[in-house]
Design a protein around this ligand. Structure first.
Ligand SMILES: Cc1ncc(COP(=O)(O)O)c(C=O)c1O
Length: 402
């Protein structure tokens, strides 16, 4: 029988990319249940439970749609359900994922305007306000931004984007990607007046990839009645009418939904505020370590640091990919690669999902040894800086119930 960790090494693999994340054993056990009839009464109970339970995670009382798809599918669903061919969409270049969403909007026949960014900062709400203020005839139908840019480790202020839209007195819909923040960083769909929130299963929700979400507002639902982009698989209407009975219009990912039920229970038992605080601690410990090493954090502004991942820049002339390869082969740990123009220049440490203090120090130890083995200039002792922080700041116990 093949070992279940990579590289045939002893011990567990450290999956420290910023998603997919480690799946907790109770979630894996739930997914391993025998497959059930997706049109039968047992499934309808499960369907109702997850469709209602997941709303708490988005902080919404409105419907959340669950697709058997990766996050990219839910991006598409958000666009095709609310917009019509040729509609203008205002987007902001925070990094790789905002760039891909922008490309998708153009491929779908939307006129996507992309406000330039530097891949080191979040959405500039002031720039959104100015652009919307200039759009006197309200040609822009939606503003679409990424909450937590996974390629850079920058978290944008979505409440500020909402205020910018309101200040400009503009009716555009607000669409937000929370694929790498949901269940890790505080997010409030309803309070922040978001119209469509896009989520994915494989990061803060601690599930394998394969489920994605659209949390929708009444305004988004109203827009979907007149939106004319072609859609079939992604159509909200079919979903919502089946979901009323706990069912789906096509075959759902039954086993992932069993896992979702348990993952939601784990998050609710720990308490979302405790979950966010745990992520904040891991992120702060990581940054203290990186600063001690003398390496640069990709995110420029402290107010925009991501609590789910940290992207670290390597000094000129050193290869982040070589470092990652060395760490994988020696310590059986996967770190995130640099994406697009950041390829080989940064590596990304995922500190999200099913993760606690000792794992933070383990991960950072692996990186510090890797830096040394690859001859990358750094000041040794970063892990000690992280330990001092973690041992002096006893936060809420990570999932005391387990
Ligand atoms: C912020 C963000 N948006 C979108 C995606 C795309 O999601 P998926 O790869 O699940 O299709 C990712 C994937 O990592 C992401 O991090």
């Amino acid at each position: 029988m093949e070992k279940d960790n990579m590289g045939g090494q002893a011990g567990r693999h450290f999956l420290q990319i910023p998603g997919p994340t480690n799946t907790p054993l109770p979630v894996l056990a739930a997914i391993a249940k025998p497959t059930i009839d997706h049109r039968g009464p047992e499934f309808a109970g499960l369907g109702r439970e997850v469709l209602s339970g997941v709303r708490t995670i988005f902080k919404t009382s409105q419907p959340v749609i669950i697709y058997p798809a990766s996050g990219t599918g839910a991006w598409e669903a958000a666009l095709v359900n609310t917009l019509s061919p040729g509609d203008k969409v205002l987007m902001f270049e925070t990094g790789w994922f905002s760039t891909l969403w922008n490309r998708m909007a153009m491929r779908l026949g939307l006129e996507a305007e992309f406000i330039k960014g530097d891949w080191r900062s979040g959405v500039d709400a002031g720039a959104i306000e100015t652009r919307l203020g200039d759009d006197k005839d309200h040609a822009i139908k939606a503003v679409a931004v990424v909450h937590n840019e996974t390629s850079t480790g920058v978290a944008s202020n979505i409440a500020a984007v909402r205020r910018a839209i309101d200040k400009a007195k503009h009716p555009a819909l607000l669409l937000v990607d929370t694929i790498s923040s949901l269940g890790s960083i505080d997010y409030r769909h309803e309070e922040w007046g978001v119209d469509v929130t896009v989520g994915g299963s494989q990061k803060g929700l601690m599930l394998p990839p394969g489920l994605s979400f659209n949390a929708i507002s009444e305004k988004a639902l109203a827009a979907s009645k007149t939106a004319r982009l072609p859609r079939s698989f992604w159509d909200w209407e079919d979903m919502l009418s089946s979901n009323e009975k706990g069912l789906f219009p096509y075959t759902p990912s039954t086993n992932l939904l069993h896992g979702l039920k348990v993952a939601l229970d784990l998050l609710h038992e720990e308490g979302l505020d405790n979950v966010f605080a745990r992520h904040d601690r891991a992120a702060e410990a990581t940054r203290r370590c990186v600063r001690h090493w003398g390496l640069e954090i990709q995110c420029r502004n402290a107010a925009e640091y991501s609590s789910s991942l940290t992207a670290v820049r390597l000094p000129e002339g050193h290869s982040a990919d070589d470092l990652r390869a060395e760490i994988l082969s020696r310590f059986n740990m996967s770190l995130g690669n640099g994406l697009g123009p950041l390829a080989d220049k940064v590596f990304r440490i995922g500190h999200l999902g099913d993760f606690h203090d000792l794992m933070v120090t383990g991960v950072l130890s692996g990186v510090e040894m890797g830096l040394r083995m690859c001859g990358i200039p750094h000041r040794p002792g970063g892990v000690q800086a992280a330990m001092s922080y973690l041992s002096g700041n006893a936060g809420p116990l990570a999932r005391a119930a387990e």
